[in-house]
Design a protein around this ligand. Structure first.
Ligand code: M6R
Length: 353
């Protein structure tokens, strides 16, 4: 039920704060220790020499963020793969691979095909899915629930943030993040609420930047590049504005030639290590006429930035940075008079290959 909301997407964007809070309560005890992850999962992953995250669409993008947690906190090399590619072109695997499937529905055919192959080859697997008792959760050796509640809108929002959170919790349980993760996630939940309470700002940004536009860009470096591709998918999927999301440093290798007067370029700036470089890239596109819209964390902000994100631990900033971009996609679509929840040519769950 949509309740007071005009569209499920808006309701689901708002629910992200609740989901973050729920996950920090479900997976941790009062002392901040991870519970509800079987020791057998942790032991199996510890035995692996490499992790393979396999997923499609937005779930794949959540994998790009999770890679950082697994590599940094567990020391395990982690590869992220698009399931439709992996299914027919399995890369050379390490000696002891462990597979992690990410999926909202647990029914995505491309990912199921890969899991089938993985099971046949005798490799261990875990599915993180939102729909419990779905095919991917039943057919993998292990499963972890995303607990995001039903996601109805075709555009995935709260399942993405739940996936990123559960990846962080799992990586923390296997290795050590050096963080009081329960506390950090509780902080994220509070700040998510702060952002979703500022919807009017995103409505203005979306209408100003995208009203008459047919193309747009999202750029960032590192974790912001991962969020940029997700943000671009969200915007193009529902508003039909052709949007590219990519690593900001790649601009000068070709794409900058597409920048014209007024081309909207959304820049995500939450990582201190690369903030200076991204500022440079923002200036380069601005000099060629782009309308630059900077979404920066408060600690890295400069006058003229369009929106300031509250600061949480930098590794967790993707959880906050994605929310303005979901809302920009939502309001740009509304502004075009389109059905936000049901974009053309798409199904919620893609059960054909
Ligand atoms: O159910 P899944 O997470 O496996 O679905 C994967 C993609 O089909 C899905 O994320 C799709 O990209 C969304 N519509 C994006 O908003």
């Amino acid at each position: 039920d949509k309740g007071v909301y005009p569209y499920y997407m808006l309701k689901e964007v708002d629910e992200q704060a609740i989901v973050a809070r729920t996950l920090s309560q479900y997976y941790f005890d009062d002392n901040g220790q991870v519970i509800n992850i079987d020791q057998s999962i942790i032991d199996r992953i510890k035995q692996a020499d490499r992790l393979y995250i396999v997923a499609a669409g937005t779930s794949y993008h959540a994998g790009l963020v999770g890679k950082r947690y697994f590599e940094q906190w567990t020391g395990k090399p982690t590869e992220v793969h698009i399931s439709s590619e992996f299914a027919y072109d399995q890369p050379l695997l390490s000696k002891k691979p462990f597979f992690i499937f990410l999926s909202q529905s647990g029914e995505t055919a491309d990912s199921r095909e890969v899991l089938d192959n993985v099971v046949k080859q005798g490799y261990p697997s875990l599915t993180m899915a939102n729909v419990l008792n779905s095919t991917l959760t039943r057919e993998a050796d292990f499963a972890l629930p995303l607990l995001a509640g039903p996601e109805i809108a075709v555009a995935s929002t709260k399942a993405y943030t739940a996936q990123v959170i559960v990846e962080a919790i799992l990586a923390h349980a296997i290795g050590d993040s050096g963080l009081d993760l329960k506390h950090e996630l509780a902080k994220v939940a509070v700040e998510m609420q702060v952002i979703t309470d500022q919807k009017d700002q995103f409505k203005v940004i979306a209408e100003d930047a995208l009203h008459d536009r047919h193309s747009a860009f999202y750029i960032g470096r590192g974790l912001d590049a991962a969020v940029a591709v997700e943000s671009a998918l969200k915007l193009k999927e529902i508003s039909y504005v052709q949007t590219e999301g990519f690593a900001a440093g790649e601009l000068k290798h070709g794409t900058i030639s597409l920048i014209e007067d007024g081309t909207p370029v959304f820049a995500l700036l939450t990582q201190s290590k690369t903030a200076g470089l991204v500022r440079g890239e923002i200036s380069q596109v601005a000099a060629r006429g782009a309308n630059t819209i900077v979404i920066a964390s408060q600690s890295l902000a400069k006058p003229g930035d369009a929106y300031l994100l509250p600061d949480v631990n930098e590794l967790l900033m993707p959880l906050l940075a994605v929310i303005p971009t979901q809302l920009i996609a939502y309001y740009a679509t509304l502004d075009r008079g389109l059905d936000v929840d049901r974009p053309r040519n798409l199904a919620k769950s893609v059960t054909v290959q």
